[in-house]
Design a protein around this ligand. Structure first.
Ligand code: TXE
Length: 480
């Protein structure tokens, strides 16, 4: 069985303790490869390699850094098919989604930051005729990047690319649930000629390998995407060490649909924003609020469309939904479905595990599920489910829906559907979310600040924000 290896100091290596654990293919529920069970010793080796590489990498010219990162982007494109298949098999997502979104975005991440650094500038402040203040920016040193399983290579590279572009060296850990494309990326980094030690990828569990990264004294910053509870643990470890922290955490995003919207567009996009990637995107809209005058029409059309979604083999081009990522996650989502029923929710469609035939019979499939009749403040509408489950609720007034939308502990994203521009502005300004989409969803421009408020996280990724996160500013004041 294929063994994934760590990428440390330019080599693909076994974990120090020689231990591995199982990697599952969620579409079949079977083990298909082995993951290094790395721990402190591996993180230590990786950090030493990254520290050694830092002096040279941080002094490499921007154009040389850019060139090697662009080579990695080209190699991701050249291996597009292989990477998309690996992502789909590791995660359970439809192959067509991995092909159209995950893998192209991974190369875009490298390309975006590889070229951004060629256009960066810093500020100077002239203090009358007495002094001039120059802002200098330097990389931090060795930084830690810890990523989740829902968009594996997409989010892994979203952190690594800016960290490397800014001149840092990296110790990174992908989710142990979906490590395969990060492993394939390490092979591509070797092929691209990335200098040894600049990027180190340590595979393993959160409590061991992840914890070792967040508590290593020589790792200056942690960029993390994952669950809010894990974010809390990482912050508790890293904050007293005065590490820089960027935390992208959970969401419970509202999707607000006014009666004056473009109905067909709102309908089609809402189905997509509810169930894309089996609802396992932190930006999915899981609470759909519809203005009462249109509620019944929307509900009927929505449920009808959801009923037409095909849950099936991720490798089948006709499948709209594949498997959820793991058995544990499937059980968690099914548990939430039971909770919704207990809380008095009326099941409009779905609500159960789907067992496919043949080799797929052990896979973790859940029917896209829609509830109505739940209060906005019940647990189902307050906690992050992170699966193919949404709730529908009518509203009468703008103030009412804003109150309901803002009622959760999260504040990652929100979607607003209306053709009234004044209303769009008014509502957007009052929503407590880091990202608001008006008449669209998941339209991403990599230059924009990306992140949440409240328990959805601290800090912003994307654009100049993330390059700033991965660097230290220094003010030099020179007397004239
Ligand atoms: O994520 P974890 P899990 C949400 C979603 C999901 C829940 C838990 O609700 O059900 O989080 O998912 C590493 N120190 N999201 O358990 O554990 C871990 O190895 C350092 C939202 O899979 O947060 C992995 O690499 N690292 C989300 C990464 O953290 C630790 C995406 C994320 O895993 C660690 C995924 C520790 N102590 C889940 N413990 C989003 N916002 O996109 C774990 N890790």
């Amino acid at each position: 069985m294929e063994k994934i290896r760590n990428y440390i100091n330019g080599d693909l290596v076994e974990p120090e303790n020689g231990l591995y654990f199982d990697n599952y293919n969620p579409s079949r529920g079977s083990v298909y490869s082995l993951i290094p069970d790395s721990g402190k010793a591996d993180v230590q080796k990786a950090t030493i390699a990254a520290s050694k590489a830092f002096a040279e990498w941080s002094n490499t010219s921007r154009s040389d850094r850019s060139e090697v990162l662009l080579k990695i982007a080209d190699l991701i494109d050249a291996n597009h098919g292989r990477l998309a298949e690996a992502e789909s098999m590791d995660n359970g997502k439809p192959l067509k989604l991995a092909s159209r979104v995950d893998i192209p975005r991974a190369s875009s991440n490298f390309r975006f930051f590889a070229t951004a650094i060629l256009h960066e500038s810093t500020e100077a402040h002239q203090s009358d005729d007495q002094a001039i203040n120059m802002t200098l920016r330097s990389p931090l040193g060795v930084v830690g990047c810890i990523s989740p399983w829902n968009l594996p290579l997409y989010l892994f590279t979203w952190k690594i690319a800016p960290a490397l572009a800014a001149g840092n060296t990296v110790v990174a850990k992908p989710s142990e649930i979906t490590p395969m494309t990060a492993f394939l990326l390490s092979e591509l980094c070797i092929e691209a000629g990335l200098p040894v030690g600049v990027l180190n990828i340590v595979h393993g569990k959160g409590a061991s390998a992840g914890q070792a990264i967040s508590e290593h004294p020589d790792i200056k910053a942690i960029s993390f995407t994952g669950g809010t509870e894990t974010g809390k643990r990482i912050a508790a470890t890293a904050a007293p060490m005065f590490k820089k922290l960027s935390l992208e955490l959970g969401g419970k995003n509202p999707n607000i649909i006014f009666a004056d919207c473009d109905f067909e567009d709102a309908l089609k996009t809402s189905v997509h924003s509810s169930f894309a990637n089996q609802g396992q995107i932190c930006l999915c809209g899981s609470r759909i609020f519809v203005e009462r005058s249109m509620y019944e029409k929307f509900r009927a059309a929505f449920v009808d469309k959801v009923n037409k979604l095909k849950v099936g083999d991720p490798f089948d081009a006709g499948s709209n939904l594949g498997a959820v990522v793991s058995k544990e996650h499937m059980e968690k989502v099914l548990g939430y479905i039971e909770l919704a029923k207990k809380e008095g929710g009326k099941l409009l469609t779905g609500g159960e595990r789907i067992v496919l035939e043949g080799e797929l019979s052990g896979g973790y499939y859940i029917a896209p599920t829609v509830f109505e009749g739940l209060s906005f403040d019940c647990q189902t509408n307050q906690q992050e489910i992170f699966g193919p489950v949404v709730t529908l609720a009518p509203f009468d007034a703008e103030e009412e829906v804003i109150k309901m939308a803002n009622s959760t502990e999260y504040g990652l994203s929100a979607t607003v559907w209306t053709t009234n521009l004044k209303r769009a502005n008014r509502v957007s300004n009052q929503l407590e979310s880091g990202i608001i989409w008006v008449n669209c969803w998941l339209f991403r421009d990599l230059r924009t600040p990306f992140g949440g408020i409240k328990k959805s996280g601290v800090g912003r990724e994307g654009g100049w924000d993330v390059l700033e996160f991965f660097s230290e500013k220094k003010n030099v004041c020179m007397k004239l």
